[in-house]
Design a protein. Structure first.
Length: 198
C-alpha cells in the first residue's frame, strides 16, 4: 500500500464511536430497540463529524471552494487517488531514469562534493585522495558522505569537475583568475557542508 500524505489536526484523528450489542441479559425487544437506537445515533454522529472534516480535506488538497460541489468532489477524489493509488500517478517517460543502478548524482550533488573538497583544501594543503578519505570517515561529513567509500568519491570528483555534468565546473575553469576565485567562494558558501551548518 503506497504511503499517502501526512495529515495533522482533526484529519489525523479517527472518529470515535461506542456501539453496543445484544447480550443474553439484554435480549428483549425493548433492549434490542434501545441498542439499535443508540447505535444509529452513534453512526449518525460519526457521519456528521465526517462531513465537518470534509471541508478540512478539501482545504488540505487546495480544492477551490468556489467550484460546484460535484466538481469539488471529483477533484478531491482524483487528488486522493493520486496519493494512494499507483494507477493514478503521472509518470513522465521523458525523465525516466536509465535502467540499472539508480542515478543519485546531479549537478547539486556534484557541487556539494566539489565544495566540500575545495573547502578542505583551503584549510590545509591536501590531495584529492586525502580529502575523499576525510569526508568518508569524519563525523563532520557523516550525514552527507558516510554511505560512500573513498574510491567512489574519487571517481565522482572527476565527474564533478566535468563541465558537461556539473555547471559549476564551468565557472571554476574560466581564464580570469579573479572570476575563478569568486566562483570558488560562491561554490563553497553555497554548497560546503560546514558553511551550511552555520
Amino acid at each position: 500500500m503506497p504511503k499517502g500524505p501526512r495529515f495533522d489536526g482533526p484529519l489525523a484523528k479517527p472518529i470515535r464511536i461506542r456501539t453496543r450489542s445484544v447480550t443474553l441479559l439484554t435480549d428483549t425487544d425493548k433492549h434490542r430497540e434501545e441498542i439499535e437506537a443508540h447505535n444509529r445515533q452513534e453512526f449518525s454522529r460519526a457521519a456528521s463529524e465526517a462531513i465537518e472534516k470534509l471541508s478540512l480535506l478539501l482545504e488540505f488538497y487546495k480544492v477551490d471552494p468556489q467550484l460546484e460541489l460535484g466538481t469539488k468532489m471529483s477533484i478531491l477524489v482524483l487528488a486522493m487517488a493520486k496519493d494512494f493509488v499507483p494507477g493514478f500517478r503521472l509518470k513522465n517517460l521523458d525523465f525516466e531514469p536509465e535502467k540499472g543502478r539508480k542515478r543519485r548524482w546531479d549537478a547539486i550533488k556534484y557541487s556539494e562534493l566539489l565544495a566540500d573538497i575545495e573547502d578542505l583544501k583551503r584549510e590545509r594543503e591536501r590531495s584529492d585522495s586525502e580529502c575523499c578519505k576525510i569526508i568518508t570517515t569524519s563525523p563532520r561529513y557523516r550525514d552527507r558522505w558516510g554511505s560512500y567509500n573513498k574510491r567512489t568519491l574519487e571517481n565522482r570528483l572527476i565527474d564533478a569537475r566535468d563541465q558537461s555534468k556539473n555547471l559549476m565546473a564551468r565557472f571554476l575553469s574560466v581564464p580570469d583568475l579573479e572570476l575563478r576565485k569568486l566562483a570558488l567562494n560562491a561554490l563553497i558558501e553555497s554548497f560546503a557542508i560546514t558553511k551550511n551548518q552555520n
